[in-house]
Design a protein around this ligand. Sequence first.
Ligand SMILES: Cc1cc2nc3c(=O)[nH]c(=O)nc-3n(C[C@H](O)[C@H](O)[C@H](O)COP(=O)(O)O)c2cc1C
Length: 310
Amino acid sequence: MSGLPDGSAQIGRLQLKNPVMPASGTFGYGEEYASFMDLNRLGAIVVKTITLKPRVGSYPHRSTEVASGLLASIGLQNVGIERFLADKLPFFESIKTPLIVNIGGESVEEYVSLARSLGQRARVDGLELNVSCPNVRKGGMHFGVDPEVLRDLVSHVRQATGKVLIVKLTPMVTDIRPFAEICQRQGADALSLINAPIGMAVDIKTRRSRLGKNLTGGLTGPAIKPMALYCVWRVCRAVDLPVIGIGGISSLEDALEFFIAGASAVQVGTWNFINPRITLDIIEGLEKYMEEHEIENLSEIRGSLAGASA
Ligand SMILES: Cc1cc2nc3c(=O)[nH]c(=O)nc-3n(C[C@H](O)[C@H](O)[C@H](O)COP(=O)(O)O)c2cc1C
């Protein structure tokens, strides 16, 4: 093999030097992980969902461990766009890694306003739309589960910004493919999936939810990996957009499964809490794996699932 293997990933106009990034909400605003690794080694950094106004988030208990996973209801706690721009964004001037800002809102106008504010900042490379936020006008229904609502949202945000636009899909739908197709038609550059499916856990002594007043939470971690892989595989066959695989990734082998299913890149979420260097471990492991297996380009692995003609 001549030279180093090429593990780069193309997400719209964004050329990532490697295909590994942290998932929104599990890596703070980036700076929190600076003491664990050289952040310049990451393919990209995705920050916690930012909303127009600051949010204090959910009541305690916010998270509880379940079999092979975590159940969490954080309630989109974040500093809000003003403080993000003033206090959090300047840190990114000290590093070169592409920055993807995840945004959420309760109306299309809120998303558009966020996209416009962030669109004016050169340091912001891409936006990831968290469509698992409740749309207040639609009685709290999530943006990502109604095709009409999703179409309207993606089309307005697309018109509002020239930044690379990634839509993060929820698996809480009967068939995820039409939602992916809508995003493609409305001009999204890429898709990321999956966001956390909703789950519950009950304390049988108190007969209360283990998430207290929140009752329900997003299920994350290894428990959802098979579901995430299935969604990624289906979406990769339905659209012609790069897909970022998310869900239960805790090792290089997990990431490889997503690449084989068709993902262009991966995000690691819950496992950052177990091993804060997991993203770097996967990046280094992938380089070694490609060298050992004489794989010159990640495209040799991507979408290479055998026996998948059906
Ligand atoms: C504590 C916690 C907070 C999260 N916050 C967000 C968030 O703010 N925005 C978002 O789009 N996803 C959020 N997520 C979902 C993750 O980005 C990811 O989609 C999900 O955890 C599945 O990946 P994993 O199994 O690797 O954790 C959060 C997940 C966890 C565990």
